[in-house]
Design a protein around this ligand. Structure first.
Ligand SMILES: CC(=O)SCCNC(=O)CCNC(=O)[C@H](O)C(C)(C)COP(=O)(O)OP(=O)(O)OC[C@H]1O[C@@H](n2cnc3c(N)ncnc32)[C@H](O)[C@@H]1OP(=O)(O)O
Ligand SMILES: CC(=O)C(=O)O
Length: 535
């Protein structure tokens, strides 16, 4: 059976811009549009020309796209205005994009409450606006807002809205689950009924994730016969978001029945780039990637349970539904209190260390991990600390320095202008090559001051750690055993841009931070091949 073409429509730059906390600059929009184009998306909805200066500027200077059709979004003409005398509609058409997508009502309740007009007049708004877009040479689409709720309330009217748009020349009628409350079986049933009136090759689906079913609803609609799907990168969008393109694309390309049913136009290379594109959006939004995002999250192919790792080592298909590389992701085998010997051996191999599985060191490492995790350590988020621990057990980590003591003093006082300021001083005493170094550092908090003091003078090691930077710092108070302890996770980097994570645990937050910091510095010295201290 020949596969039918399924068109991918991305609305990150329009519905995604309606996400709480998201505010794209024009440059962000341009970069995202280029990435979507490269990925192989068919339509890129760039925003709403005339709605705000950013969107207008984006359409005034649109990015050059190789594959995708740039689409301007907006609403049908306003009641009481003609298409030639509606500044909103004119702004959309003046953007001169090859395609326009106009949202219109399809729920009689909305026509009554939100627009306050008759249902007949609403049909005219739709047909007039679509006809004008077609007359001006645009590929026109009608976003049938609240279609599913509208269909359930008044199917004749909801269908009449679609027919008004279709009759006026719309290429696509997009069925929107605007409030996101429809469930997959309803979507399938309603789409099947709509197909008796409008061919699937002219129907699209736009879902929201308010019941966590946006992707499932989209897949059901495709299964039923729609041939355009709308979604956003990482599922951005109004309220709980839209259908996540990063999950839709791999499912449509790799899973049955879609694989045999539709052709999305996404190439093998495009599919491999989905993880990268997902991260690009997080970078632009300055957000931490969602570890647990399907297909593209860092944990999507991370195996923690000992039983899982043992089997994955024999054949990854035992616990993976696809190969991570297909979507540009990677497999991780984690070490934690859920680990077995297989986790330890697999992780050591990642470090380039081969140990005989029967070597007693493996059991001792496993015991140490479990004991320390019971005390509050967490190694699946602090691989550098685990690597140091494992290498120490194997006698591979030299002694670099000994911290004799440290002291921190936090002072909160008024400055000369009467403003409250907080100053922190730290003093650290370390022994290197049998010599004592005493350094004083100042910072905006204890960790910052200790970091400054420790790195001010570490004797012959100072040059090795010149470019080390602590980039993130996470604190958690936990109850381990019977006492409350603090766990500090530190993320460090250097000029090579490599990042490593270390952990410290103590009843005292400063002490826990210091321990994580010492691990970070030791890791850096080890990786740089620094010589041992002559003690
Ligand atoms: C389901 C969706 O996600 S649709 C997309 C929603 N996205 C956005 O709203 C983001 C961009 N929007 C905006 O910047 C502004 O809302 C604008 C510029 C479009 C309009 O701003 P304003 O003119 O101040 O109107 P406001 O937003 O307060 O209200 C919307 C008006 O459009 C009318 N309207 C709503 N939908 C439609 C429609 N499909 N066709 C015609 N008119 C409509 C409303 O009845 C209301 O009219 P009223 O002011 O006479 O009551
Ligand atoms: C058009 C749109 O975003 C919606 O109906 O949800």
């Amino acid at each position: 059976m020949e596969r039918e073409r399924l068109y991918l429509f991305d609305t990150t730059l329009r519905d995604g811009a309606q996400t709480q906390g998201v505010d794209f600059s024009v440059e962000d929009k341009t970069n995202i549009a280029k990435a979507l184009d490269k990925l192989g998306i068919d339509y890129i909805e760039g925003g709403w020309p005339g709605a705000n200066p950013g969107d207008t500027a984006f359409f005034n200077n649109p990015p050059e796209l190789q594959n995708a059709t740039l689409t301007a979004f907006g609403m049908t003409r306003r009641p009481g205005r003609s298409v030639s005398n509606d500044p909103g509609l004119s702004a959309i058409l003046d953007a001169k994009t090859p395609a326009v997508c106009l949202v219109g009502k399809s729920w009689d309740f909305h026509v009554d409450v939100a627009l306050g007009i008759t249902i007949e007049e609403n049909l005219e708004l739709i047909s007039d606006s679509i006809a004008e877009s077609v007359r001006q040479g645009r590929e026109a689409m009608y976003d049938a807002e609240h279609f599913f709720d509208g269909y359930k309330a008044n199917p004749e009217f909801a269908l009449a809205c679609l027919k008004a748009a279709y009759g006026a020349g719309a290429r696509w009628m997009v069925l929107c689950d605007t409030n996101g409350g429809t469930l997959p079986d309803e979507v399938e049933r309603i789409v099947t009924e709509v197909l008796e009136h409008i061919p699937g090759s002219h129907l699209g689906i736009h879902t929201h994730n308010d019941t966590e079913n946006a992707v499932a609803n989209t897949l059901m609609a495709v299964k039923a016969g729609v041939r355009q799907v709308q979604g956003t990168l990482n599922g951005l969008g109004e309220r709980c978001g839209n259908a996540n393109m990063m999950s839709l694309i791999p499912s449509l390309v790799l899973k049955e029945p879609f694989k045999s049913m539709v052709d999305t136009g996404i190439t093998e290379e495009g599919l491999k780039s989905v993880t990268l594109v997902s991260r690009l959006l997080d970078d632009i939004l300055n957000r931490s990637p969602n570890l647990h995002q399907a297909y593209v999250g860092d944990a999507a192919f991370a195996h923690k349970g000992g039983l899982h790792v043992s089997a994955v080592e024999k054949d990854p298909r035992t616990y993976e539904h696809i190969e991570p590389q297909i979507v540009g992701n990677k497999r991780h085998l984690l070490v934690s209190d859920q680990a077995g010997r297989s986790n330890i051996l697999a992780q050591l191999r990642e470090f380039g260390l081969e140990l005989d599985p029967k070597d007693p060191k493996v059991d001792r490492m496993l015991e140490e991990v479990k004991e320390r995790e019971f005390k509050g350590f967490s190694y699946d988020g602090a691989l550098a600390s685990f690597e140091l621990m494992a290498r120490r057990r194997m006698g591979l980590v030299p002694k670099y320095f000994d911290v004799e003591s440290f002291r921190v003093q936090v002072e909160r006082r008024h400055n000369a202008r009467g403003e409250i300021v907080s100053v922190t001083d730290a003093v650290v005493k370390v022994m290197v090559d049998g010599e004592r170094y005493l350094s004083v550092g100042e910072g905006n908090g204890p960790v910052n001051a200790l970091d400054a003091a420790l790195r001010k003078d570490l004797g012959k090691y100072s040059d090795y750690i010149d470019d080390l930077r602590l980039v993130d710092f996470k604190v958690r108070i936990l109850t381990s055993g019977t006492e409350a302890v603090t766990r500090v996770l530190i993320e460090s980097t250097d000029k090579s841009n490599k990042r490593w994570f270390t952990v410290g645990v103590s009843p005292n937050i400063v002490d826990a931070s210091f321990a994580a910091m010492i691990d970070s510095i030791t890791y850096k010295l080890y990786k740089a091949g620094a010589p041992a201290s002559l003690q």
